[in-house]
Ligand binder design. Structure first.
Ligand SMILES: Cc1ncc(COP(=O)(O)O)c(C=O)c1O
Length: 387
């Protein structure tokens, strides 16, 4: 799609530095802790663990690496299955393939757009009958909104299946007052450039299980046995975060709560201006949860609005505004062709309709009111609403 304007670009979710990062980077330079690990890494891990109220955290090079480590720690291997939310970015499921295991995709439900407990229950019941229970369940908190954690954790507990909480998009969110990412046996976060806080690239694996976290540090540093010479008896990875990037993360963490409030404000502005329009529905926020509103997302029912999500996206693109469809469900991706998937209910696939009708709007915490109005007016113009 072509841009037909010379107006400046509005990005979906650009990095937003606070300036506080520089003191930590400077400290690393002054002490020559450039590589490999160092005091910023130790402090960043502790600060994240304290923020979430978990025992331990391991800073790694990406959220994807954190998921991969979690699966390795749980012993996922060839021949195993892992259940995973379908409505997510491919990185949630790629590590299942790295381990040679098979993903089974679980649909969303309408209240959170996240994993449907009904579909999960059916999948667990059937896999038990087949004597092929999954080795793990990966639940994703889409765009900052927590999944129905009470129902999902209780199902996983009933079947004795460990839960990995993919909280890559939901740092700073809460479910019933408890931090997002602290619910599963392990949780993961991403500090990729587009996330609510960033280290330019990075991730975190968190857990209350200190033994696992000790093992994660070992696996993430090439599984080096304690010997002066380089001795290895297990397969390891080069997944640790650098001391400089951890410094960026520490500076960003200082402003996380401000960033959450800014994104929630942006959501509220879009909501005020667009939610009452015919056929438009915004991503809900489940009662007793607080979403960081990483991305503002809404759906358009073209049978009511007379305009498709595609036309809105086309016009936004032409106006040099970066907007995206809601994630294409993983069970629809060619990479995962042939993998099982469980819809929310028979003949009711929620993630597919969210994909066809859903749009994510620019939501960066540094967005100005003028930029917000440009986005709002573009959507209204497509809907032929007078601005
Ligand atoms: C839901 C989800 N899971 C996992 C990831 C992977 O994180 P990273 O890009 O840090 O590897 C991302 C984002 O990129 C994500 O949005």
């Amino acid at each position: 799609m072509l841009t037909t304007t010379n107006k400046s670009r509005i990005f979906l979710s650009p990095p937003h530095m606070s300036g506080k990062e520089l003191k930590y980077i400077k400290g690393a330079f002054e002490s020559n802790w450039i590589a490999p690990l160092g005091p910023n890494v130790d402090a960043f891990e502790k600060e994240i663990a304290d923020y979430l109220g978990v025992n331990d955290a391991v800073a790694v090079s990406s959220g994807t690496a954190a998921i991969h480590l979690a699966l390795s720690l749980l012993g996922v291997e060839k021949g195993d299955t892992v259940f995973c939310s379908s409505l997510t970015f491919v990185a949630s499921a790629n590590p299942i393939l790295y381990q040679g295991a098979e993903p089974v995709f679980i649909d969303s439900e309408p209240d959170t757009w996240n994993m449907s407990p009904e579909a999960l229950e059916k999948a667990l019941m059937e896999s038990e009958l087949d004597r092929r229970l999954p080795k793990a369940v990966i639940v994703v908190n889409l765009y900052g909104q927590s999944a129905k954690m009470d129902e999902i954790t209780s199902l996983c507990d009933d079947y004795g299946i460990p839960l990995i909480e993919d909280a890559a998009e939901s740092l700073g969110s809460t479910y019933k007052g408890k931090a997002s990412g602290s619910f599963g046996e392990m949780g993961i976060f991403s500090f990729n450039g587009n996330k609510i806080i960033t280290t330019s690239g990075g991730g975190m694996l968190v857990s209350d299980n200190s033994e696992w976290m000790k093992k994660a540090r070992f696996l993430a540093t090439q599984a080096r046995d304690p010997a002066l010479h380089y001795q290895h008896s297990k397969l390891g990875y080069n997944y640790r975060l650098s001391n400089i990037l951890a410094g960026v993360g520490r500076g960003q963490l200082e402003v996380l709560d401000e960033r959450v409030e800014a994104r929630r404000q942006i959501f509220n502005r879009y909501y005020e201006e667009l939610a009452h329009l015919p056929g438009i529905s915004f991503m809900p926020e489940l009662m007793n949860t607080k979403s960081n509103r990483w991305l503002t997302a809404f759906t358009v029912d073209d049978s009511i609005s007379g305009v498709s999500a595609k036309s809105i996206l086309k016009n936004l693109t032409e106006e040099n505004i970066e907007a995206r469809p809601v994630w294409k469900p993983l069970h629809m991706q060619p990479l995962f062709e042939g993998c099982d998937n469980y819809p929310h209910r028979e003949n009711e696939n929620i993630s597919e309709s969210l994909f066809h009708q859903g749009i994510c709007l620019p939501s960066g915490s540094s967005m100005s009111e003028t930029e917000l109005l440009r986005v709002i007016n573009s959507v209204k113009n497509t809907l032929k609403i007078k601005v």
